[in-house]
Design a protein. Sequence first.
Length: 386
Amino acid sequence: MLLFDVFLEPIHMYIQRISLNGFKNYDLAEFTLSPGVNVLYGANGAGKTNLLDAVHYLSACKSFLVSSDSQNIKTGGDFFFVEGWVSDDAEQLDVQHLQCAVKKGQGKVFRRNKKEYEKLSDHIGLFPAVVIAPGDHELLHGGSAERRRFMDSLISVYDKNYLNQLIQYGKLIEQRNAFLKQCNERGLFRDDMLEIYDAQLCEPALYLFEKRNELISQLLPLFYEMYGQLSQTDETPRITVKADLLNENNPMELFAKTREKDKSLLYTSAGPHKDDFEFTLSELIVKTAASQGQQKTFLTALKLARYHLIQQKTGKKPVLLLDDIFDKLDESRVKNLIHIISNAPFGQVLITDTGKNRMNALMDESGVTSRELEINPKITVNEAAV
């Protein structure tokens, strides 16, 4: 157990059963899962990653692969429906029946125990999940929005007020930017109105800034330990906040100083919506100086640290989704990863691989008992689990 883990045993939440209808490459399929380690094997294109994405939908109300819900509707169809039955080993809550439905032209509906949420944000944190997948490289090579999204989604799991402040801040920035464009079209900028927007932005701006800094201070110790266990090296990973409010800690003053620039650009050029996070390894920029193996190790350790922080903050063990873990990780580090997830506080784990023999050998070597499920979209009810 990590030095920083809580002493109370976290609640082990897991999916007992999941059903897919018209989701990506699935017509109709149902899978029964173990509360421990599940190995999902099958040919490329069989739908292993799609099953992980369906689990992610039940956790976060969205895909971890694509931004548009309609892209997950099976070709030729006009809807998809995913439902799952979530339980916990402490029997502290009844089985939760979660349903997510998307129909072309009608948006998304999410229900818990057949009752529709008024706001999808109300569901965040009930059933947390952490995914480690090849697409994580966008955290390094994508724009600052990718890194902000990663940090924001993490805080939002355990801090409802943060999510509310984030939504409010985003709406105000959109309104301020729209006002700047209107002023330009009319040929008259009203500083008095801009000051009103700036005053409204102050509270959420400060909250986002402070909570992001707090996150990094809490995440780093976990990150160091996970990287060391995974890499077995003395390399030092680090995350540094790059924020306008580090240099000017009064949001009102910050917006005032950049107002003339904003009038020229016609958008708000400074604030938490421009924050970034710099990733370094032994003081070198990971994006440009680290090998592919080091980058993958960095990202995997970061996601494992995310897992531990969620567990500490919520008292729940997230479901861990591991997609194609052999991608850019050598066998020794994969073995280290299997060893890590086989110990506390990890609970339900779903791992994908093209064949079961390689993964079985690693599980046997680590002394891990796993459930095997053959993934084949032609199987309507999964009977291949052993």
